[in-house]
Design a protein around this ligand. Structure first.
Ligand SMILES: NC(=O)c1ccc[n+]([C@@H]2O[C@H](COP(=O)([O-])OP(=O)(O)OC[C@H]3O[C@@H](n4cnc5c(N)ncnc54)[C@H](O)[C@@H]3O)[C@@H](O)[C@H]2O)c1
Length: 379
């Protein structure tokens, strides 16, 4: 049967839109990108001519009945408005992270998508890449026995990041909501929902100075509004325990890691902000880690895999793996840490979600000659 592609429009033509559009117009066959939109006309013009798609206003996108999916790539403070407009218009939506900036507003988006009966998926989609799917496969097959705890750490230099990505200064751009969410989503996708969280969230040394001499704002001061230290602990419904350490008051050589501890061994996962990377294991009795053979594909920057998987979900009549429920749970977990820090009490999670189905094995990448690339995403 002929593939009925999903007509798609992109809202937000900034930095990350380039790789999304590149992949959605070349790798993922299910997607047919028809147009793009930005409040800054030059950005929209640039992407439209680069990828041979139409420049569209948001009204044109919302009123065009043939467009089934909107991919929202605006900055975090615009997410609520753009996503709610699209959901109201009956569009299926895939949005960049974070799902929202508060628990209350995030819940409204989840409820609106349910009310409208449309699909609404959220980044990060990196958990569908080779590394996390490989780790999930070995974990589920019992390689490290019963899982007892998990730990995630990331260090960064918030000042350095702010020079390159100004949105990281404001709400939604902090180490938790902007990057910690990759770690949480990877962990949640493997281990399921959490019941209780506690921790500390702070913005340390908020008064900062721009320090790139080649930029016009050199020497100007600014106020960092986003969190730059998150330390937390949490308990999963399954009884597993978790710990987080996200610190962007450190230096630029990041040491990202997720470690899963089991009764028979320990799994070391690479940076969940990326799709690939080695997964290592130490089994009982061993002293050195060994690299596990990968079981899945998508190692390169595969941004666009989320919208593609959601488009397949639409055609197959199922829920997307990047479910709004899991994204909302991740938001509640992070903001629950804030609340725990304010109240000095354990925060009880109110939301839950179903662990997304693993991507079926069998497609290991073009090197194995078993295309099409999306075979695993369709199921
Ligand atoms: N930059 C990265 O490396 C990166 C990586 C992964 C995810 N993300 C996420 O992607 C999103 C976008 O990041 P970015 O770096 O591309 O930001 P950006 O600021 O470069 O681009 C965002 C674009 O959205 C446009 N926009 C804002 N409000 C709009 C509206 N109402 N209608 C139409 N356009 C609107 C802005 O004009 C801007 O061009 C963020 O949520 C970020 O967390 C970014």
């Amino acid at each position: 049967m002929e593939l009925k592609k999903v007509k798609t429009a992109v809202v937000g033509c900034g930095v990350i839109s380039e790789i999304y559009l590149k992949n959605m117009t070349s790798i993922f066959e299910i997607i047919d990108v028809v147009g793009c939109c930005d409040i800054i006309p030059e950005r929209m013009e640039k992407r439209a001519s680069q990828f041979n798609i139409r420049q569209m206003s948001i009204e044109e996108i919302l009123n065009d009945k043939s467009i089934e999916l909107v991919v929202n790539l605006t900055y975090p403070t615009a997410h609520h408005l753009v996503v709610s407009q699209c959901l109201e218009a009956g569009k299926n939506v895939y949005s960049e992270k974070p799902i929202d900036l508060s628990i209350e507003e995030g819940r409204k988006l989840v409820d609106l998508a349910d009310k409208k009966g449309v699909l609404y998926g959220n980044a990060p989609d990196t958990f569908m890449g080779q590394a996390i799917q490989t780790a999930r496969f070995y974990m589920d097959s019992g390689l490290i026995g019963d899982i007892t705890s998990v730990y995630a750490t990331l260090n960064r230099d918030a000042g350095l990041i702010a020079e390159r990505f100004p949105f990281t200064i404001g709400p939604g751009g902090g180490i938790g909501l902007d990057v910690g969410v990759y770690y949480l989503t990877a962990i949640l996708s493997m281990l399921g929902p959490v019941t209780d969280v506690s921790g500390f969230v702070e913005t340390i040394r908020p008064e900062r100075t721009h320090f790139f001499p080649n930029k016009t704002d050199f020497g100007e001061t600014y106020r960092l509004e986003a969190e730059n230290l998150v330390v937390g602990s949490f308990r999963f419904k399954s009884g597993v325990f978790g710990a987080l350490h996200f610190n962007s008051n450190s230096i630029g050589n990041e040491m990202p890691q997720i470690v899963v501890f089991g009764t028979e061994g320990i799994l070391y996962l690479p940076d969940p902000n990326l799709f690939g990377g080695d997964v290592e294991v130490i089994l009982k009795g061993q002293t050195e880690p060994t690299v596990l053979p990968p079981t899945h594909a998508y190692t390169e920057n595969s941004r666009g895999i989320g919208p593609a998987e959601l488009a397949w979900a639409l055609r197959k009549g199922r829920k997307p793996r990047t479910s709004k429920e899991m994204a909302f749970h991740g938001l509640e977990l992070l903001l629950g840490l804030y609340k725990s820090c304010e109240t000095k009490q354990l925060y009880r999670m109110t939301s839950t979600f179903e662990r997304p189905a693993p991507i079926p094995r069998g497609y290991l990448g073009p090197a194995y000659g078993n295309s099409p690339a999306e075979a695993g995403l369709a199921i």
